[in-house]
Ligand binder design. Sequence first.
Ligand SMILES: Nc1ncnc2c1ncn2[C@@H]1O[C@H](COP(=O)(O)OP(=O)(O)OP(=O)(O)O)[C@@H](O)[C@H]1O
Ligand SMILES: [Mg+2]
Length: 354
Amino acid sequence: MYLNFYGLQKKPFNPTPDPKFLYLTPSHREALAQILYGVQEGKGFIVLTGEVGTGKTTLIQTLLRRLDEKTEVAYIFNSKLPFDALVEYMLRDFGITENLSSQSQRLFALNNFLIERRRTGRNTVLIIDEAQNLDAAALEQVRLLSNFETPTEKLLQIFLAGQPELQAKLDLPELRQLKQRISLRCVIRPLTQEETYDYIQHRLHIAGGRRGDIFTEPAMSRIARHAGGIPRIVNTVCDHALLFGYAEQKRRIDRDTIEQVIAYIEQGARPAQAKQTWNSAGRSGWSMVKAPFQWLSGALAALLLLGFMFLALRFNALEDFSLQVESYVVEVLRSMFGVFTMFLQAAASAFLTR
Ligand SMILES: Nc1ncnc2c1ncn2[C@@H]1O[C@H](COP(=O)(O)OP(=O)(O)OP(=O)(O)O)[C@@H](O)[C@H]1O
Ligand SMILES: [Mg+2]
């Protein structure tokens, strides 16, 4: 394991939505503040959207930790359940375990539960993660749940989180009633390049890392370019990079390692292979260009050597053999020049297709 090698206490780039690692960009911070406010103040319907892997579930987990004990929560993360099963799941999560065979019985029990909670000064929240999976009919039924109310307040806060498709669904004409009821809308955005650098350092720090230089600047820049601001992709690349770096006993993760990792993730190429073959699938950018350049400098050196020999023969004392050797050298030079041109073409095309 790489933990000791890099001076870490725990894995910094786990794929789980662990709130201990939460990194707040301005959009994450604002969304969290709004959701907390919305839930605590009984704002009714709240919607959070963000691209895949940008931290919606991590924000929900953070919210769950920040809510006080006066707030009762049902958290549904399997939004592919049919609506009836969804209600059943919600009741179980609220601690209502009696056997209720029909949907009307379940809704009745839910109503009683909500009224009782309100009477004792408690707040009740339903959180549905991955809500983009709900179809229009299910979303409309979720809206009906928001009808549990007294003349003065909503009894159930509903918080939907999902990918941008959720927003598109909420824009459907048949869901305009639901759309009208949304009181808070929050969007989290992918990280900028600077935020990606910070995010990497932040996670390393939380994992107990005291070194701020495990990833070189060019390595982080390559990660940022590849991840396009999506934290989950940053995590995957960084975790593999630490593993590859450890295997090669590199104290600092450089750009070359990141190229290998990206090739590995995208095409399954193993790092050792990535360095060996020229022009084979699974290799990337600089490591592809580096090998021909090494060959190129060798060829150039040989060419220069032959050039010197040629000049020496032309003006030197070995006149007996000079004509014969001269034509031989010219021949060799010509083929070397051919090879040299081939290398130049190969290197140039590799450079252009990086
Ligand atoms: N703001 C953040 N701070 C710390 N880690 C984050 C953040 N955003 C995302 N991550 C990390 O990225 C990974 C994906 O995060 P998460 O599961 O919360 O994304 P999501 O938006 O819910 O994705 P999906 O759309 O697939 O449900 C997790 O490992 C999580 O720890
Ligand atoms: Mg999620």
